[in-house]
Design a protein around this ligand. Sequence first.
Ligand SMILES: [Zn+2]
Length: 387
Amino acid sequence: MKFCKTFPMKYRFISVLVLAWVPVFSHKIQNPITAAAPPDTRVILITLDGFRWQEVFLGADSSLLHDPDYTPDTATLKMLYWHPEAESRRKMLMPFFWSVFGKRGQIFGNRLYGNNMNVSNFYSLSYPGYNEMLTGMADPFISSNRKIKNPNFSVLEFMNQLPELKSQVAVFASWNIFPYILHRERSRLMIYSGSETLPECDKLLSPTFYEIQSENSKNPTRYDVLTFLAAKEYLKNKKPKFLYIAFGETDEFAHDKRYDLYLQQANAIDRMIAELWNWTQTCSEYRNKTYFLITTDHGRGRKKHKWPYHNALTPGSSEIWAAISGPDILPVGEIKIPQQNYLYQIAPTLAQLMGISFPAKDIYSKALPVKQTNELLAATSEKNISP
Ligand SMILES: [Zn+2]
């Protein structure tokens, strides 16, 4: 995120061209509409900023792992994350993800099977991506990561207006732009991002937490582990029905050209997700009624020397992935059939999981096909291309 706070000048002429013909879509504030009483479900949404589908499905990339410019200590990283077979490699990198979502959930975005998932916004930057994901529409006027209050209406804001979900939605983000992306003043969402302190959390966290956070306060992205600790304490104590945790350091390390730290952070987040999952399985309010949805806001360059970057002109930047698990999600693991899904489908998917009706137009109401037919999925499981 740090290298993409503003849309580069040389690309602005392209955005002007795009604005000339792309129709403007935006969710205006609407009165909440809900169907029948929503089921008593919980959703935990997790994002890993700028984490590529290549590492999710294929594990560590040999060319980046063996280049001392990106991986200063190749020997140690190879011990941790290298195996000649991609299926073993990806499990070394994200063992919990592959043992749980790979067996009990569904994972979208393995392009080797033609299962494509992309952002639909033109820019492949963070703010445009989070806007698309949370509001259910790409907005051509959101073209940078500048601190602009989002005019669009997110599914989280919508939930927060429903009487049965009021104060049941919480957001913990490492990146300090989230209060703008979710327009905190208007949405009144509980958002705890960057180096902020919030009264809701003060009693839950130790003085050491704040000491570490203040040391890091000049950075727009807080350490992910602090975001996680705050979110976990809030989850245990306040038990929100909808929790969003937005991790940011994978993108930061990639911009810093540190492939070793990028991999280690993904591995650390995998352990954090495991801890949250285990906790939900031991808590009666969450056990057997909690969905986990994990995704990212954009891809990155496919080629070795383009990997640190993501933008409209770097091929691969629009390529993303998503994983889901929960009570009635068919446990087929990796989806191995050709499909095209988009980031904007996350918002209607979240609404569907929460059992609410989020107003959206036409294609933008299309959730991820997480409740696919058994026949389709049987065909999936028979295919097996070695990645
Ligand atoms: Zn970035």
